[in-house]
Design a protein around this ligand. Structure first.
Ligand code: UFG
Length: 346
């Protein structure tokens, strides 16, 4: 297949592109490099730099024989979304609809979308199933859900075969690509920065939750397993009636923040000091997925998603890239990357 991967230079996108190229697909990566990295695009894939809000550009690329689209471009920080909801509606919803319109006008009707567990908000029960209540508690989750709505109506009106994959907490790395965000707010990379001596300690956001050790519980999923999920989902859009199908992708195992810190000590052999501070706004106490539907219908198996494996792979990538992708460019840790400051979509 010829595939357009929108947001294909980001953490999730780039690791998926690796898998898609390995599987023999022709891949065009479309990314504005706001949070993506030019260096993450593997040989064999072509990088086109541009915004998801640029419909003319998307139309031009799609009309060049594209069979299906993987849409991973988004702003994805919960805290940022609370402070600047307009940015999230503009990029995640308006940008997404621009892509849908470009697909409709070029007759490309196969779409796989990177959605999020954030659409559920505070779940009433765990593990969470796809049919459970969706009531996001932040603009990030609300915009992910709004775009799923747009996909559903495009599927009905324009015969799209679309799949939305709701990821839980993505972690780990491949040998080639890993997590390099600025700023970094996610738990695992933050914990590894402490192990590497870049920060003095991990801040644990709240230890008074109603969980066994008082810290939040999350369902971590290896980025390699997500890449496999994307591949299976893209293949699945090749058959069946027009529809939007929704699948959770998680490992079905929950680990607490403290368990992650302890595992990081074991895996890295380093001290990882941690101090509990007050809760972070908008954190649900427990998020664990039921991925039975993806296992049953897509044949998906999260084979790499053990806590140790995710931490070990992320640690290996860090050791090979102590300054993230700046290490590949040889320009050191302190380098300012103007494209990150200037560009607008993720
Ligand atoms: N945490 C800390 N200290 C840190 C960082 C995180 O204690 O320095 C805690 C958080 O409070 C949370 C857990 O670790 O309890 C995981 O936090 P992350 O920021 O790594 O991830 P989130 O669970 O907040 O976010 C993830 C995805 C989002 C998605 C969300 C669903 O990254 O895209 O799940 O709520 F929206």
């Amino acid at each position: 297949m010829k595939l357009l991967v929108v947001g294909g230079a980001g953490y999730v996108g780039s690791t998926s592109v690796e898998g898609l190229v390995e599987a023999g697909h022709e891949v065009v990566v479309y990314d504005n490099l706001t949070s993506g990295h030019r260096e993450s695009v593997v040989e064999g894939a072509r990088l086109e730099i541009g915004d998801v809000e640029d419909g003319a550009r998307l139309t031009e690329l799609l009309s060049d024989g594209v069979d299906a689209v993987l849409h991973c471009a988004a702003r994805s920080l919960v805290g940022e979304s609370m402070a600047d909801p307009g940015l999230y509606y503009r990029v995640n919803v308006a940008g997404g609809v621009t892509l849908l319109e470009a697909m409709r006008s070029t007759g490309v009707n196969r779409l796989v979308y990177s959605s999020s567990a954030a659409v559920y908000g505070e779940p009433r029960r765990v593990p969470i199933a796809e049919a459970d209540r969706t009531e996001p508690i932040n603009p990030y989750g609300a915009t992910k859900l709004a775009f799923e709505g747009a996909m559903r109506w495009f599927a009905a009106a324009h015969d799209f075969r679309a799949i939305s994959l709701r990821y839980f907490n993505v972690a780990g790395a491949t040998e080639r690509n890993g997590e390099d965000h600025d700023p970094e707010t996610h738990l695992m990379p933050t914990v590894l920065r402490v192990a590497a001596g870049e920060h003095t300690h991990v801040q644990i956001f709240g230890q008074d939750y109603s969980t066994p050790d008082g810290t939040c519980i999350r369902d971590f999923i290896h980025v390699r397993d997500l890449a496999e999920g994307h591949l299976l989902a893209l293949e699945a859009t090749g058959e069946g009636d027009p529809s939007l199908e929704v699948y959770n992708l998680g490992s079905a195992a929950g680990f607490s923040v403290r368990e992650v810190v302890e595992a990081a000590r074991r895996v890295t052999g380093r001290a990882v000091p941690a101090r509990a501070i007050k809760r972070r706004l908008g954190d649900p106490p427990v998020l664990v997925a039921s991925s039975r539907r993806a296992r049953r219908e897509l044949g998906w198996q999260p084979a790499h998603s053990t806590l140790e494996r995710m931490l070990a792979d992320a640690w290996a990538w860090r050791e090979a890239h102590p300054h993230g992708y700046a290490s590949s460019r040889g320009d050191g840790a302190e380098s300012v990357q103007p494209e990150r400051a200037a560009a607008s979509a993720g």
